[in-house]
Design a protein around this ligand. Sequence first.
Ligand SMILES: Cc1cc2nc3c(=O)[nH]c(=O)nc-3n(C[C@H](O)[C@H](O)[C@H](O)COP(=O)(O)O)c2cc1C
Length: 176
Amino acid sequence: MNVHKAIENRRKITSFSSQKIDPEKLDRIVKSGYMAPAGNNLPSREFVVITDTEVLKEMSEATPFMKWLAGSQAGIVVTGRPDVSKYWLQDALIASGFLRLASTEEDLGAAFGAIYHSEDEVEPEKRESHVRKLADIPIDRRIVAVVGLGQVDENPKPKDHLPFEEMVHYVKFKDS
Ligand SMILES: Cc1cc2nc3c(=O)[nH]c(=O)nc-3n(C[C@H](O)[C@H](O)[C@H](O)COP(=O)(O)O)c2cc1C
């Protein structure tokens, strides 16, 4: 698969079979996050790879929007360090995107569970502390997301994208 195909084929997958993930596939996926670019090339993001399904079940309770993690075969927690880079959030999200595309390349389903968000301080703190406890993550790391992975057990319909011309402007931004 080339990068364009992986981008076209990628979908949010939240239904996984109970088949274990080939460890070599998982290693390649993790490596894609590790090799993602970072602002000023500063090492602001780190990952925790979890394959213990009991831990994944508990972690799925971190937010109301991550129940699917309970049925996954692996979770990659993506963390960021505000003390290392002002781009910690962007770095973590770009790495998450790489993880998602690499999962498509490896024929695995994946979904992104948001832990950190900037709407308020209370909800992210609640979500982060749940994940932090389960994975022993130090307090100076922000917990941005959990990417859940597994063998695909669903067949999502092709995605209805918004009209291209509404979202892409050439030369100048135009009101539609
Ligand atoms: C910043 C961000 C946060 C997201 N948070 C969640 C989440 O907490 N739970 C979830 O199930 N999906 C989450 N998603 C996945 C989106 O819901 C999904 O990408 C969107 O519906 C489009 O579907 P697609 O991934 O198949 O293109 C998130 C995606 C992004 C980019």
